[in-house]
Design a protein around this ligand. Structure first.
Ligand SMILES: NC(=O)c1ccc[n+]([C@@H]2O[C@H](COP(=O)([O-])OP(=O)(O)OC[C@H]3O[C@@H](n4cnc5c(N)ncnc54)[C@H](O)[C@@H]3O)[C@@H](O)[C@H]2O)c1
Length: 309
């Protein structure tokens, strides 16, 4: 299949591109490189540097595609709090633009990267797809609005919409600024021999899912006419930030007492864990154990820190 990946030069996108190529698909990448890196995209692939919002310009360079995987986004919860209009532009207008482009390019499916942030601080754990969404952050709200557009277009005869609500994704190539960046922040501090900061009391918990599992979800049964609507993608396992830090210090051979505390972040959710029964029925199962994923992530940061010094 011919697949357009928006945000393909970013953290998750570059892993999705690798997974698509391994399955033998033809891939086109679009990214404005605002946060992505050109070097993460294989030089042999067609690459369009453009803002997703300018779809009437960039579709001329693409040609027909079967599927669009839409990952391009402003991913910082904190940045969205400081500049909600800019978040609306990239994450809402950008998604509407990609849906228009997908229709014009003849795509039969749009696969959209949403987030557990759409649930807000819903106290039910684990959260299922039909639980109430009440986002607490502009970022979560804009992802939720994006989901509505994806489903709206599908109802109106546009490409079928498959929405993946991602838990906290971690892995090699992650930046420390994005959503779920705590693993990256810990890995970077450990690789530099510095003590990291835990925001809040450390008892908040998250469902950490490895980027290789997420890439498998994005490439799972592409174009499957049975697939539609929302799928939670996580591990169904909660890990507190304290536990995460202890695990990471252990894989790095560091002292877990060497940590500092800072204020909680605005819009941060207390506990987040996703139920993945629907994804399981669809045939998706996370495979990467947390400790193994953390070790590979730490090793990647050690390489990056060495390369930059
Ligand atoms: N990392 C997580 O834990 C997580 C969790 C839930 C959802 N997501 C979603 O997954 C997707 C990928 O996130 P990521 O963690 O890989 O972040 P990332 O910042 O590494 O990737 C996003 C990519 O989009 C590009 N981009 C940003 N604005 C753009 C624009 N206007 N036009 C074109 N390209 C643009 C960036 O340059 C970057 O390469 C995002 O939609 C994000 O909201 C991530």
């Amino acid at each position: 299949m011919r697949v357009l990946v928006t945000g393909g030069a970013g953290f998750i996108g570059s892993h999705v591109v690798e997974a698509l190529l391994a399955l033998g698909h033809d891939v086109v990448v679009l990214d404005d490189l605002s946060h992505g890196t050109r070097e993460l995209v294989p030089p042999s692939l067609p690459f369009i540097q453009a803002d997703v919002v300018d779809w009437t310009r960039w579709i001329r360079d693409i040609g027909p595609v079967d599927v669009v995987i839409h990952l391009a986004a402003q991913v910082s919860v904190v940045a969205a709090e400081g500049d909600p209009m800019s978040d609306v532009r990239t994450n809402v207008e950008g998604t509407v633009s990609v849906l228009q482009a997908a229709r014009a390019l003849g795509a039969r499916e749009v696969r959209f990267a949403s987030s557990a942030a759409v649930y807000g601080d819903n106290p039910r754990v684990p959260l299922a797809e039909d639980d109430t969404c009440a986002p607490l952050s502009y970022y979560g709200l804009d992802k939720w609005v994006g989901e509505q557009y994806v489903q709206f277009e599908a109802r109106r005869g546009g490409p079928q919409g498959v929405i993946l609500r991602l838990a906290n994704v971690y892995g090699p190539r992650q930046r420390t600024a994005g959503e779920g960046g705590v693993v990256a922040a810990f890995a970077e501090a450990l690789a530099r021999g510095e003590s990291p900061v835990i925001h809040g009391d450390g008892h908040q918990s998250r469902d950490f899912v490895a980027v290789w599992d997420v890439a498998r979800a994005f490439t799972h049964r592409l174009g499957d006419p049975e697939a539609q609507g929302v799928y939670n993608i996580g591990t169904e396992t909660a890990t507190t930030i304290h536990e995460l830090w202890r695990l990471m210090a252990r894989v790095a051979g560091a002292d877990s007492d060497d940590v500092r505390y800072g204020p909680a972040r605005p819009g941060d959710i207390r506990h987040s864990r996703l139920q993945i029964a629907r994804a399981r029925q669809w045939g998706f199962e996370p495979r990467v154990p947390l400790e193994e994923g953390l070790l590979k992530t730490y090793q990647d940061f050690v390489r990056r820190v060495r390369a930059s010094s």
